[in-house]
Design a protein. Structure first.
Length: 637
């Protein structure tokens, strides 16, 4: 069991005793008007202005956080909230105010901490997962579990004497949420001003739990739901398949829905007819959103900011992604104007992601929602690095006339070219000559996995060579895991034939190969000569099914081989989309029959191996494919 030893409880270990009995004087400040919480918290925080110390400020509501921050000196104040964009939150480690709250051993080299008094203003984002310590703290009232976490962020190491000021209401609503807040206040009142960990630990367990944050409503799952969620190739709405979020995290009535916001240049560049040529869902699939790009806030607060942006830029384009179908559209990615977006009302924003063009602005320098004019630097999609010091990009988008392209894209492969008529300086211009065409090139560091990026692989590999390497690697992995021999044989067979379907003229042309040797990896850095909807996995199914050595396998092994081949790029759960059921070099009847068997086979294997077991077996082939794709051929032999 986790807990303190007798020696620790009795104070015989100095380090533990210093932390358990850290001096934290608790002061309670009643307030009749709940609307003045931010004012009172700010007042108490400013009372430390001449202390020269690090002051931690907590507030539950983001609106209160913003009010408090405006009352504090901006050059000595830092924000840490869940509503800060990922990039700015990651960069806090280089903020001289924030550094003051870090242990000396955790402070970055070369950045001196801010001298004098400083304030760190936080929501619950500062409660857990971060090793900070302040000299004093001011906070509003929260439930006991959160209060204990907050108290742990002041005089954390027991090296000083801290003051903790708590502003609390005098009246509470008659519900579970406020009832537990009232219980917390009663507990704090009985601490006699001692908020040390040792004092908190003496509160009876039952009393503490009765003052904890109420549990969210937990939704019951079922076998039917798990089956529906496993149908990952059905991208559109599916009856009986709700969004999985509420089932993972529960739903709390006191926590309103949220909206994510990001800024992308393609939203304002890929417009009009270009949307047909370069579908936004494809662009986001190739250059997906990453956490550092995303800002998260309550949907109603996001709506208010978008309303203000729409007043200045009503016709600005915007992309909206939804987790499930709405009453307005069956599409998961919708393109519209800001004016149309806000006309739908705030409820349409709940649990969505909104992509804005950088030209409309909407982000403060601190990374929170604001009403600033459009400015450069809002699109940070390229600010994703292979190292921790920001020297080597994982991906980058450049125009063909930018300087030092070869240096910027060294070691990368081209995944997309977008040709834009009438583009000047990377942006569209109505006055420019429509005959002028700029090429916008998107590069990424080559991925290990052999996904659709094989079109732009960094090394050329023949199909037979690549298949053989993946087959050997798959057998090694499956054997090392101690799988049954029948499974090892099936996984190895599937891996050794998984790319047979690439031996089609149309597929070879799509990777720019006009030579006599069929390739699994192109080895060039060019965009495809042609775009096709043909899937080589389906072609591989057709070819393997007719192989004599395949027919010698048991029926169960045949099923697994065909499914692993079909699913190694994410299809076949449970089907191939209708537009992909084609093969230019095989009969329509053969291809249609092969595609029709895919869902039935998936259902059989789900029953045989279980949902997680089947996904596990799929992952083994993908792991072998990734390894063989990332290493020279001789490493796979």
């Amino acid at each position: 069991d986790f807990g303190l030893t007798d020696a620790e409880k009795e104070g015989r270990i100095p380090e533990v005793n210093r932390r358990l009995r850290a001096k934290k004087t608790l002061r309670l400040h009643p307030l009749d008007d709940d609307k003045k919480v931010a004012d009172r918290v700010a007042e108490l925080a400013l009372a430390h202005r001449d202390s020269g110390q690090a002051i931690l400020v907590f507030a539950r509501r983001i609106d209160d956080i913003e009010k408090i921050a405006k009352k504090l000196p901006s050059d000595r104040t830092c924000l840490l909230t869940g509503t800060v964009r990922g990039l700015e939150r990651e960069n806090l480690i280089r903020n001289d105010v924030f550094i003051r709250f870090l242990p000396v051993s955790n402070r970055p080299d070369g950045i001196p901490p801010k001298a004098g008094v400083v304030w760190l203003v936080c929501t619950s984002a500062g409660e857990v997962g971060i090793n900070i310590s302040a000299d004093h703290m001011v906070s509003d009232l929260v439930h006991f579990d959160s209060a204990a976490q907050r108290f742990g962020r002041v005089n954390r190491f027991g090296e000083g004497e801290a003051i903790i000021d708590i502003v609390h209401p005098t009246k509470f609503a008659d519900d579970d949420f406020d009832g537990r807040l009232k219980s917390t206040l009663m507990i704090l009142g009985r601490l006699n001003g001692d908020a040390s960990p040792g004092s908190l630990a003496e509160v009876p367990t039952g009393e503490r739990q009765d003052a904890f944050t109420p549990e969210p409503d937990i939704f019951q799952t079922s076998e039917i739901l798990f089956d529906a969620w496993s149908f990952t190739t059905i991208k559109g709405p599916l009856p009986g398949r709700p969004a999985v979020g509420d089932y993972l995290h529960g739903r709390a009535e006191w926590e309103p829905p949220e909206t994510y916001v990001a800024w992308r240049r393609e939203v304002e560049i890929v417009v009009g007819e270009l949307l047909e040529q370069y579908p936004p869902d494809e662009l986001l699939g190739e250059y997906p959103l990453k956490p550092h790009e995303l800002l998260r806030d309550r949907y109603d607060r996001v709506f208010k900011h978008l309303e203000r942006l729409a007043e200045r830029n009503p016709d600005a384009p915007v992309w909206m992604l939804t987790a499930e179908k709405s009453q307005i559209s069956e599409e998961y990615l919708q393109v519209m104007t800001l004016k149309v977006l806000v006309s739908r009302g705030k409820d349409a924003l709940a649990n969505t992601t909104v992509l804005l063009p950088p030209s409309v602005g909407g982000l403060t320098a601190g990374g929170t929602l604001g009403n600033e004019e459009g400015r450069s630097g809002l699109d940070v999609a390229d600010e994703w690095y292979t190292d921790g010091d920001g020297r080597k990009h994982r991906r980058v988008r450049v125009f063909d006339d930018e300087p030092d392209i070869s240096e910027k894209t060294a070691g990368m492969r081209l995944i997309r070219s977008i040709f834009i008529a009438g583009a000047v300086g990377g942006e569209l211009s109505e006055e420019s000559d429509d005959q002028v065409v700029r090429e916008w090139r998107w590069y990424v560091v080559p991925r290990s996995a052999d996904d659709d990026g094989s079109t732009f692989a960094s090394r050329q590999k023949a199909i037979k060579t690549h298949n053989a390497g993946v087959g050997v690697t798959a057998v090694r992995i499956a054997s090392a895991l101690g799988l049954k021999q029948e499974l090892i044989t099936a996984i190895g067979f599937a891996a050794a034939r998984h790319d047979d379907g690439k031996d089609r003229r149309v597929w070879q042309l799509s990777i720019g190969n006009r030579g006599p040797t069929p390739l699994a990896k192109s080895g060039n850095r060019r965009p495809p000569d042609i775009k096709i909807s043909y899937r080589h996995e389906l072609g591989s199914l057709v070819d393997v099914s007719n192989a004599a050595e395949f027919r010698r396998l048991s029926a169960d092994a045949q099923d697994l081989v065909l499914h692993l081949i079909a699913a190694h790029h994410g299809r076949a759960r449970p089907h191939f989309p209708p537009n992909e059921i084609i093969d230019p070099e095989r009969s329509d009847a053969l291809v249609t029959q092969a595609a029709a068997e895919v869902p039935r086979r998936f259902a059989r294997l789900q029953r045989r191996y279980g949902r997680w077991g089947l996904a596990y077996l799929e992952s083994l082939l993908r792991a072998a494919d990734a390894y063989a794709s990332a290493h020279p051929t001789e490493d796979n032999a």
